[in-house]
Design a protein around this ligand. Structure first.
Ligand code: ZN
Length: 641
């Protein structure tokens, strides 16, 4: 539903060789790849289709030794893709060991981007051997619980300055696809860094934290015996009377959070029921681990002193941070409140955000809102993680119910679950710094950058086009239109190289011009003339739209590969004089070259040396205008556009 930002100048995704592969051959060979124009990135996981593309390119452009190297890497990468163990009969879904090994391998391969932290122990690790033994394959010694932080540690932003996201999965152990989806998203971020401009700024500005398997004891049992349909953890303290397999012991970790805990209309007091809320609020070590990790991430000033007496208090549009809990199944998005069918005080913003998460790749698969005062509010769930994170820690908080089954079929997982939910997770991380504000603003649906064909010889024009909409993502199938999407898109601003949140008047910005509107989607565009202080090479341009109520939307970006103008010096006079005034070049129409200093109130008059040329153009022919446009292009030097 959201296009990746793609500029024609942006290079195609290029193979990334892992550090291990690179060690297989001489580094001078690596330089051959790079010299041939291939972005071979070290220390990044290899993607087979990309590697095929590299091999294909090399047949066209490189000599045999380099091809041999790529083929070595290819076979090595193919072996690696099968390295991770899968859930029985689900070749697309890694099991607990596969997910955990993947996590450690990613951290090893991306030392500046990914960190693993031991965030606590499972019930069985704290109480080894305590589970009932007649059940098959109890993990007697339990497990560690791991947090995984994905961010660029080399960014200029400190951890305190970065927006925070926490995405957890595998809370309910039989919901197999949740951990795989979460891992795919982490892999997308790590694989895309350095390549995808949005992922670059996201990881420079944001810490995306993951807990892939929030319930490892339970997951172990669910994988050992699919027939168990194991959901809860392995705390059997209160479950000695349960008549397994019909009724299972264990605590439902998504009813154990210390917020609205213990309500029997949203959970069960019966230890044998699937939604048993446990012996006390936050009694379970797995829940304690998630809470402690969340408190270490999210800003303390947003925590509430008396959460249960603050359910009517707006958290407000300055709220920062996003929590997501991935469950399955049913193609649903939920958000507070869950313990009661009553809207939360920030419902406008939460609902707008939830609807944008619910937007699917195919409209027929738009998710439903299991949300207060919506027709699909199925039943209350009390003591759940999503209510806790919003109610007690004050962050924007959402739950996913992905796909159609606990044990999702692989074609459905790949073609629908991944296709629908990875873009939704990307939306969430883009909006994480101000989720309850950005969700009410317009979205950039596409951003295209086109470098003028004559740039290298005479032009310095870059054509930028943006499609933006206040309504497109917030309005989903089978629901009435939502009022946060009723406003017109008032404008789109481009920021060169400086992220809008860090802008403070620095760097170049441009306002795009409205072009047209169709079906609620507005097109804006501009021919941007690159100022001369922008060096040739790769830059990033950020776009952000604003609606008529003043709400900004999330930022979308694209690379701009600024070409070198072949010989700019010949266009200057002998003293290197330049015209500081605004120049309009009639390149694509028959309008003449003009200079208008008054229009922009520049402090300097045009240089005399330039004036005769302008007059010549004013009186001259198109061909003269074209040849002199180059001069004018250079004459823009020093202007703030
Ligand atoms: Zn669940």
């Amino acid at each position: 539903m959201w296009e990746d930002s793609v500029g024609p100048g942006a290079r195609q995704p290029i193979c990334a060789l892992t550090a291990a592969h690179i060690d297989d051959f001489d580094r001078s060979e690596l330089m051959k790849f790079k010299d041939a124009g291939l972005d071979v990135m070290e220390s990044k996981p290899c993607n087979i289709p990309r590697l095929f593309k590299v091999v294909d390119d090399m047949f066209k452009s490189l000599q045999l030794p380099a091809i041999a190297c790529a083929l070595v890497a290819l076979s090595s990468a193919a072996a690696q893709s099968d390295e991770y163990t899968k859930i029985d009969n689900h070749p697309c879904l890694r099991d607990y060991n596969g997910i955990t090994k993947s996590m450690f391998d990613l951290a090893d391969a991306n030392p500046t981007l990914a960190t693993v932290t031991d965030i606590g122990d499972t019930y069985l690790k704290l109480h080894p051997g305590s589970a009932i033994t007649e059940m098959s394959d109890i993990p007697e010694d339990g497990f560690d619980i791991w947090g995984f932080n994905v961010t660029n540690s080399d960014s200029s932003h400190t951890s305190d300055e970065k927006a925070k996201v926490l995405i957890i999965s595998g809370v309910h152990s039989r919901e197999y696809a949740t951990s795989e989806l979460n891992m795919r998203f982490a892999e997308k971020l790590l694989d895309g860094f350095g390549d995808n401009s949005d992922i670059n700024w996201i990881l420079n500005h944001t810490e995306v934290h993951f807990i892939f398997t929030a319930n490892p004891d339970g997951r172990y049992m669910a994988e050992s015996d699919v027939e168990l349909w194991w959901r809860k953890n392995a705390n059997f303290e209160n479950g000695s009377t349960c008549d397994h397999p019909e009724d299972n012991p264990g605590v439902d970790m998504n009813r154990n959070y210390p917020f609205a805990w213990g309500r029997e209309d949203g959970a069960s007091a019966d230890p044998c029921m699937d939604d048993f809320f446990g012996s006390a609020p936050g009694s379970e070590p797995e829940v304690q681990a998630v809470i402690a990790y969340a408190k270490s991430i999210f800003p303390e000033h947003q925590f509430l002193d008396d959460p249960e007496n603050s359910i009517d208090m707006e958290r407000g549009e300055n709220t920062t941070g996003v929590f997501i809990d991935i469950h399955s199944s049913g193609r649903m998005i939920y958000y507070p409140w869950g313990f009661v069918d009553q809207i939360a005080p920030d419902d406008d913003a939460l609902q707008a955000f939830g609807r944008k998460l619910a937007k699917a790749d195919d409209p027929s698969r738009d998710h439903v809102l299991w949300a207060p005062e919506q027709p699909d509010f199925m039943y209350p769930a009390s003591g759940d993680a999503t209510d806790y994170m919003y109610g007690a820690l004050g962050v924007a908080s959402f739950g996913f119910e992905i796909g159609q089954n606990f044990d999702e079929d692989c074609p459905v997982f790949e073609d629908e679950v991944v296709a629908d939910n990875i873009p939704a997770l990307m939306y969430a991380v883009k909006a994480a710094s101000l989720p309850l504000f950005y969700s009410q603003g317009p979205d950039i649906l596409s951003l295209s950058v086109h470098v003028d064909e004559e740039y290298e010889e005479s032009s310095n024009e870059i054509h930028i086009s943006v499609k933006a909409s206040d309504s497109e993502l917030v309005n989903i199938e089978n629901y009435p239109t939502f009022h946060t999407g009723d406003q017109a898109v008032n404008g789109v601003t481009l920021f060169l190289d400086v992220h809008p949140e860090n802008h403070n008047g620095a760097g170049h910005t441009w306002e795009l011009a409205f072009v047209d509107t169709k079906d609620g989607i507005d097109t804006f565009g501009k021919v941007v003339r690159m100022p001369s202080d922008v060096s040739p090479g790769r830059h990033i341009v950020y776009a952000q739209a604003v609606d008529s109520d003043g709400y900004l939307g999330p930022v979308t970006s694209s690379w701009i590969d600024v070409p070198e103008i072949t010989n700019p010096n010949q266009l200057l006079d002998g003293d290197g004089m330049i015209n500081p005034c605004e120049v309009t070049i009639g390149r694509s129409s028959n309008s003449p070259l003009t200079v208008d200093c008054d229009k922009i109130g520049k402090q300097e008059e045009p240089r005399k040396e330039i004036k005769p040329l302008i007059e010549e153009i004013d009186n001259g022919t198109r061909s003269k205008a074209l040849s002199l446009a180059s001069l004018a292009a250079t004459a823009i030097v020093g202007l703030v556009l």
